[in-house]
Design a protein around this ligand. Sequence first.
Ligand code: ATP
Ligand code: MG
Length: 732
Amino acid sequence: MELQIERVPTGEIIRVVGHKAERRTGLGANGIRLSMESALTARDRVGVQDFVLLENFTSEAAFIENLRKRFKENLIYTYIGSVLVSVNPYKELEIYTKQNMERYRGVSFYEVSPHLYAIADNSYRSLRTERRDQCILISGESGAGKTEATKKILQYYAVTCPASQQVETVKDRLLQSNPVLEAFGNAKTLRNDNSSRFGKYMDVQFDYRGAPVGGHILNYLLEKSRVVHQNHGERNFHIFYQLLEGGEEDLLRRLGLEKNPQQYHYLVKGHCARVSSINDKNEWKIMRRALSVIGFNDSEVEDLLSIVASVLHLGNVQFAADEQGNAQVTTENQIKYLARLLAVDGSVLRDALIHKKIIAKGEELVSPLNLEQAAYARDALAKAVYGRTFSWLVNKVNKSLAYKEEKFPGWRSTTVLGLLDIYGFEVFQHNSFEQFCINYCNEKLQQLFIELTLKSEQEEYESEGIAWEPVQYFNNKIICDLVEEKFKGIISILDEECLRPGDATDTTFLEKLEETVKNHPHFLTHKLADQKTRKSLGREEFRLSHYAGDVTYSVAGFLDKNNDLLFRNLKETMCNSENPIINQCFDRTELTDKKRPETAATQFKNSLAKLMEILMSKEPSYIRCMKPNDAKQADRFDEVLIRHQVKYLGLMENLRVRRAGFAYRRKYEVFLQRYKSLCPETWPTWDGRPYDGVAVLVKHLGYKPEEYKMGRTKIFIRFPKTLFATEDALEV
Ligand code: ATP
Ligand code: MG
């Protein structure tokens, strides 16, 4: 008989499940049979599976050494209490099998070795037993493995949750939403061959039996600029290459496309249309199948791909100047295709690409564009068309995932588990508006983390009347305020400049910033800096001291990107489109609405505020992803890179707090309900106060005074192993 192996909590000693008599025999991490003593010494080699067990828990060097040891043994997961730290192995490990999923199902968190599945299972069980909404927050920098982790968690639920025919459809759709959104929202970058260029929050809805019955996706800030420009060594969004590589001949003919990506201006900027790790043809097939599962019919697929093709044609529209210096379209062929694909009038589109229309005092003013302006208008249209189609796609996926009550009669009340896969902190050589938004988002998430774990932990101990040694931590609210405060915050000042008619520029924006926030301890510019620091700051830059470190932003393009304007006549043309998707994306009310549309930064700010509300209302779990090297290679552990990430992710602080406190706490009612069967006095019912019931129960179970504390409303258990033993008793 094949032996099932598991690790016990004290390190990496492995026991043979189902053979309790054999418990005293250990298996090493690599499967070699060891005596108990050598199993214990193996711990030196493979490190501890929970950083809480580190003797020298305040030492960053010890922390990194433990990570390194484990990484070397292919043990990529380690806990800090209930937070999972993951290091991208950049190779396929045999730890995501169905068999392994089963192994984590319904098993105590601390009983098995650290894994995504343990986090997934734990959240799922809290959702079911306590009926409390959950969320799993996955963070880390580009290439750290966030998206892979999200997908693996979804797969875990797809395999382990109860099934029925309706549920299978939902599971399928949840899984298949990924290839579609990745095709349109992911791209090859220098850091990651499959980099998500949008933030994603996905809710999975479960019915009372714990079966997934629906879902909903929120998307954040797609990097639209990639549609028209890519840095060297990077690509446009996958879908373009998939379509050219995998699209059937007659489809490409209908779309007026040639197979060769080199033909398209929007695909050649990065000089790397082909990537060895990506099989575009295969991905195309997967994406096409996924569209069908989600419920696209043939004509919808055609409408969608027409838009993808139209972006490529737009990129090839070129202009020449006439005698007056006004732009004229020189590529009639492209206009012909565009007219067909976008289902608009060709001559109207041609005109709209080379003119600008303004409505002033009720009168229309049309003026010609020069070459530069026309190219700008064309690119703006490409970005708008692509960006809005992406949002439409998310909407379409959401319709397909929507919980349909009539299909699940009587399963009215649902609980929700959310998965957040969002860009990590970014510091590049050159940082612009996009990095500003992304890092602001990370400040908010860090604040949430502080609120939900560090701060609330301390406050809870206090309110429960349990002694607590305060842990010093940096509260980054001050930076969030600097960015988002009304009137005085950076976004407010940026919006103000964007709205100011006349001569507002990126530079005047910077000057306003300097005036308004000059004394802020986390803000610096060339002018405000002392002589020594001044050298490191350009005149067009400002520096923010983020919780994770200093980032210098160049203001160039801030106004433009924040305004995100599309000339009115292009908007009008799109509103008249008979392509049903474009038609839904460009709403006529935009043309008549007197109110200015919200700026990009304000939209982002508002959507983040909503996200924070959503996350606050749920019980969070954390997965902190790290990448071991910049070369995307297996078995390489770059200590400098890891140290940075340990810092950005705030892991040392996290560990300090965990070590200071208790591993587990539960309300007396919940605790009693779960374990009352273990004590004759509390079983089947306890009539007195839950507090007294729990006191009787733990006395019966033989808890020692140093193992737990009784708070005002909850019991606090110091060590995981105490709880673990109680859980075990339940299962016998
Ligand atoms: P981004 O912020 O750029 O979207 P990310 O954190 O989502 O980055 P992923 O796309 O999840 O990063 O991972 C990058 C690559 O690393 C994957 O394409 C895969 O090759 C590898 N990888 C990540 N996690 C694992 C894993 N658990 N096992 C094997 N390979 C992995
Ligand atoms: Mg990703």
